[in-house]
Design a binder for this molecule. Structure first.
Ligand code: NAI
Ligand code: MG
Length: 502
């Protein structure tokens, strides 16, 4: 087995065994043609490890395993309570291995270790337990239509689910998709993002240890256009769930049409954060910073457009600039002092720098940052960007309209509530939104009128796995998390019983 795992020592000194294979049928295998992909440490640009990358043939093998598991009595006929207990056991194993999982996540993705441990891994543990608790509380209905007919519904799993996840929260996004899918009794072929292939493989071993039968969860690494497309087009897959860019989401939608797959998509955003002149300015500044600068700005719901009422614009910009410069300490993600690590890849780093250049060319006013951060670590390597703030931004500018996905925020102003709403909704996206005001009737009025899947009143991005998450417009289809997350992974079967004997 030695060529299907390697012993690694992470930058924080933690030693662990890193699986490198494809996880199919609870076993580790190589890719059919031996191809691999290499994972890079974004902090110093060194290679961490190479792992096997699935071909379309490997996807086929994984789908066959998932189909067999779906129809196997060990999974199909298990009591929902036992199924839920298995998930809770997995949650406990995640807690037991939390430090190792968090270490891998920080090493491969570049996110700050305290966030990996207290945010991402804690979230995985919570989500799996939450949905484990739901497994035996998923019921149909009886419907009274009079004495001649007895009618009832059954909630059934959708079948074999393809799940394609991104790199910004590798373990977190895996858990958001595994939780409801397993609670409802589906089987899974999951593909991680090629930029962050490592932590998911460590999680796979815990899935086996928790007692899931072979084939219930299959985990593959692989390239989007190869393994991802093979999942989206596979005739043996009943549903595809995806988190990532809007462009790829549209492609997946088209591919999924081949056998009319059930789809859940969670895509991009350019979420507005509105600040009215009666807001608690200290809170607005604090949350506006958290809402865009956390996780290196690599958050689909990041509130990346700050809209401020004209009368408080200057004072907000001044206070926000101070907050960014004091709080956003850029450095080694394993260092306790760091708030911001490197961007996940060279491509993302260059993308953010590209938008910085565009912002300057478009004539926006640079308030803070505006360049690469070359002194974040002693090596001067790594994909570090200075947290960047542009003000004087016009709705016609590219930096106002397009998702940057980095520590990059634009500030524009409005005069009236009507104008604020108009500006907030002037986007093809509709994921998150935030509003700061002390006027409670205005807060709820805006919450109702804003075109977004989520509204934060007097906060930003304080998501919670018990509350539905998802977007409208081109930010996605369907909801993850909360009770609503179950809807994407179950179908309703209606049963009509003729009680008349005629
Ligand atoms: P992407 O959307 O291309 O990749 C996300 C996932 O989809 C990965 O697992 C990838 O392998 C897979 N994929 C890519 N092409 C595919 C295809 N043709 N068929 C099936 N699967 C495919 O995103 P990428 O290129 O990593 O990042 C580009 C931009 O996307 C970012 O700058 C950001 O704006 C956005 N993004 C948004 C995320 C979110 O949380 N909503 C997460 C990641 C990226
Ligand atoms: Mg990496």
């Amino acid at each position: 087995m030695s060529d299907l795992s390697i012993e690694l020592t992470a930058p924080n000194g933690r030693k662990y065994t890193q699986p490198t294979g494809l996880f199919i049928n609870n076993e580790w295998v190589k890719s059919s043609n031996g191809q691999k992909l290499t994972s890079i440490n974004p902090t110093d640009e060194s290679e961490i490890a190479s792992v096997y990358a699935a071909t379309a043939e490997d996807v086929d093998t994984a789908v066959a395993a998932a189909r067999k598991a779906f129809n196997d009595p060990s999974w199909r006929d298990i009591s929902p309570t036992d199924r839920g207990n298995m998930m809770i056991r997995l949650s406990d194993l995640v807690a037991k291995h939390a430090e190792t999982l968090a270490t891998i996540e920080t090493w491969d993705n570049g996110k700050v270790y305290a966030d990996s441990l207290g945010g991402d891994v804690a979230e995985v543990q919570g989500v799996l337990k939450y949905y484990g608790g739901y497994a035996d509380k998923i019921h149909g209905q009886t419907i009274d239509v009079g004495p001649s007919k007895f009618a009832y519904t059954i909630k059934e799993p959708v079948g074999v689910c393809g799940q394609i996840i991104p790199w910004n929260y590798p373990l977190g996004m895996a858990a958001w998709k595994l939780g409801p899918a397993l609670a409802c009794g589906n089987t899974i072929v999951m593909k991680a993002a090629e930029q962050t292939p490592l932590s998911i493989l460590y999680l796979a071993n815990l899935i086996k240890e928790a007692g899931f039968p072979p084939g219930v969860v299959n985990i593959l690494n692989g390239h989007g256009r190869e393994a991802g497309a093979a999942i989206a087009t596979h005739l043996g897959i009943d549903k595809v769930a995806f988190t990532g860019s809007t462009g790829t989401g549209k492609e997946i939608m088209k591919m999924a049409a081949v056998n009319m797959k059930n789809i859940t998509l969670e895509t991009g955003g350019k979420s507005p954060l509105l600040i009215f002149d009666d807001a608690d300015m200290k809170q607005a500044v604090k949350w506006a910073h958290i809402g865009i600068m956390s996780n290196q700005g690599q958050i689909c719901t990041a509130t990346s457009r700050i809209l401020v009422q004209e009368s408080v614009l200057e004072s907000f910009i001044e206070a926000f600039k101070k907050q960014v410069q004091e709080m956003s300490v850029v450095g080694d993600p394993f260092a306790e002092t760091s708030f911001q690590g490197p961007q996940v890849t060279k491509a993302q780093y260059e993308r953010v720098l590209g938008y910085i250049k565009t912002g300057k060319e478009e004539g926006a006013t640079l308030i803070s940052g505006g360049e690469a951060h070359t002194k974040a670590t002693p090596s001067s390597k790594g994909f570090f960007v200075m947290p960047t703030v542009f003000a004087g931004v016009k709705p016609s500018m590219k930096i106002y309209r397009e998702e940057v996905f980095g520590p990059f925020v634009v500030i524009a102003s409005f005069k009236t509530e009507a104008e604020a709403l108009e500006m907030a909704n002037d986007t093809t996206y509709g994921l998150g939104s935030a509003v700061f005001t002390k006027d409670i009737t205005r807060a709820h009025r805006i919450a109702k009128r804003i075109e977004a899947g989520m509204v934060w009143i007097n906060s930003s991005n304080d998501s919670d796995y018990r509350i539905p998450f998802g977007g409208v417009k081109q930010s996605g289809i369907g909801r993850e998390l909360g009770e609503a997350g179950l809807a994407g992974y179950s179908q309703i079967k209606a049963v009509h019983v003729n009680m008349t004997g005629e």
